[in-house]
Design a protein around this ligand. Sequence first.
Ligand code: ADP
Ligand code: ADP
Length: 223
Amino acid sequence: GFAVRLRAVGKTYDNGVTALGPLDLDVAKGEFVSLLGPSGCGKSTALRLIAALSTPSAGTVNVSHRAKADGRHPIGFVFQEPTLMPWGSVRDNVRLPLKLARAPSAEADRRIEEALAQVGLAEFADAYPRELSGGMKMRVSLARALVTDPDILLLDEPFAALDEITRFRLNNDLLALWRKLHKTVIFVTHSVFESVYLSQRVIVMTARPGRISAEFRIATVEP
Ligand code: ADP
Ligand code: ADP
């Protein structure tokens, strides 16, 4: 079954800029897809539409997920900037979406520890963002997206600002997490390397307004 289905989706902003579409896209449950395209072609717009952070000007966006429950949220979003609250510890930052999703507090504590372990930050729960490197901040951001056990993970050029070695480590850790957690992942990037290395399918977009110009399945040896 599908996790995300877009049909003839277009987006024109209030200032008259047509950022996207028309776009047709199906992402299967558990699939890892990359959206690859030049800056300004509407990749972030597409993610925001899928996350319902923005509404389409045309077409339909359907997202399929498990029934909602306290402490869970169907979509986890990782932005290009880690956007951490500087006055909160790593634990406080990762707790935020659990508060919004009304997780009971014992459950919240358990999930925070689990999410921090998943991203390799178990030892850093009490640290503050200013004490962390760029790569570690991005790990906190990833933990914050995973902590509500989403079905779909949307990542908007998450590693673009990192040095190459840190970026490669995070690529490998993200891939390992995907293999373990079986979440649907949509990964926005303008790196050909990242898109081919990480995903099962690469969707190449045209310049603005972004439409699909090509699509490649990446053949890999099954694990
Ligand atoms: P990408 O993620 O591929 O770089 P974006 O989706 O961020 O592309 O932007 C696509 C186009 O839409 C750009 O021209 C950008 O300036 C414009 N845009 C993005 N968000 C808004 C907005 N909220 N209001 C008006 N224009 C926007
Ligand atoms: P909508 O509410 O129409 O779905 P958004 O919530 O994405 O659109 O954006 C709300 C407003 O934020 C836009 O109408 C615009 O005024 C402003 N905005 C945000 N990002 C940009 C940008 N990159 N360029 C121009 N305006 C922007």
